[in-house]
Design a protein around this ligand. Structure first.
Ligand SMILES: Nc1ncnc2c1ncn2[C@@H]1O[C@H](COP(=O)(O)OP(=O)(O)OP(=O)(O)O)[C@@H](O)[C@H]1O
Length: 320
């Protein structure tokens, strides 16, 4: 069996005695998109930089294509593409010149013209890197990361600062790389980016993996491991949750259930979750109770978690 694209086992990285990566383990396969999702400062970039050979771990093991990013750096260089968060590009050269130069360093580069068109680089091809906008720099950095046909690509916040059109062009290209068998690891704090793109997600918080799995499983499984039937809705803040709990008693199972069977929470002002034996009568009871108070709920969903919900359920905090 070929080695996975990336294998991280019990990685620890400390700065000034503080573990900013604290025992992270993850596997990213070839031909798949793996997202490392978490809020700012969670340790995503540090983890990925250890995989890129840019930082040395304090403990744990990191392998890329079965090799050590530090001691096998020379072997890995032509096989791995890296897009750094700040672009990491030389600033004095023109955009297209730089891309051509990078392409010339590889044995079998992609067609620079085609890549330029796909990522909309023509409009700033002759502009020096220093004068590019953040989004333009990101697109150029992506082109430079993949022009050498790498087997593994690391993308750190790939669509940060991009307009929606560029973002979709980037996502499209990333999906194509996957279809070609490339292993893609991306860090992001954008839950829609992870949901739309990733086959596997690792949710990281305070240097630890707090949830991991196939994206679909994470979204469909509740905190208790059963199929998620949590009812979520938004409405005016500070509703009387005791009153709502009483109204819901008697819905949910044929013989009725005790009020205590429902866990009702308002994790953020105006955002509510009802966890319990949801059935069709639950929604009737909920909306009837709200209507009696003149409250119009929005975003009423049943069992449709987003990655934001996953994070909120686990930490009680929003991702951003
Ligand atoms: N060279 C460094 N020296 C000291 N602390 C650092 C260094 N690099 C990162 N940190 C700290 O480590 C923590 C994790 O940073 P990291 O960049 O890995 O997080 P992140 O999840 O990628 O966040 P972001 O999305 O903001 O980049 C942060 O608290 C950061 O301030």
């Amino acid at each position: 069996m070929p080695a996975p694209a990336v294998l991280v086992h019990d990685l620890v990285k400390r700065y000034d005695g503080r573990a900013v990566v604290d025992g992270v383990s993850l596997t990213a396969e070839l031909g798949a998109i793996t997202a490392v999702l978490g809020p700012n400062g969670a340790g995503k970039t540090t983890t990925v930089e250890c995989c890129e050979g840019l930082r040395s771990p304090d403990a744990g093991r990191v392998e890329v294509l079965g090799l050590d990013p530090l001691t096998d750096a020379r072997d890995l260089r032509p096989r791995v593409g890296v897009m750094l968060q700040d672009g990491g590009l030389p600033t004095g050269v023109r955009a297209l010149e730089m891309l051509r130069h990078v392409a010339s360093m590889y044995a079998r580069p992609r067609d620079v013209g085609e890549l330029t068109e796909r990522l909309g680089l023509e409009s700033f091809a002759r502009t020096t890197v220093r004068r590019l906008s953040g989004g333009q720099r990101q697109r150029l950095a992506l082109a430079a990361a993949i022009v050498g046909r790498p087997e593994v690509v690391f993308l750190d916040e790939p669509s940060a600062g991009m307009d929606p059109q560029s973002r979709h062009a980037v996502w499209e290209l990333v999906r194509e790389l996957r279809a070609e068998g490339v292993g893609i690891v991306l860090t992001t704090h954008l839950m829609d980016e992870a949901e739309d793109l990733a086959d596997h997600v690792y949710v990281v918080d305070h240097g630890k993996v707090i949830a991991a799995g196939a994206t679909r499983d994470l979204l469909e499984t509740g905190a208790d491991g059963e199929a998620d039937r949590t009812v979520r809705f938004e409405a005016t803040p500070a509703l009387d949750l005791g009153g709502l709990r009483a109204a819901l008693a008697g819905t949910g199972v044929p013989d009725g259930v005790a009020p205590g069977a429902w866990a009702i929470a308002e994790p953020q002002p105006g955002s509510y979750t009802l966890t319990g034996p949801a059935d069709p009568a639950t929604l009737v009871a909920l909306t009837t109770w709200l209507a009696a108070r003149g409250v119009l709920a929005s975003r009423v969903t049943v069992g449709r978690r987003t990655l934001e919900d996953v994070f909120l359920d686990l930490t009680g905090r929003h991702l951003r």
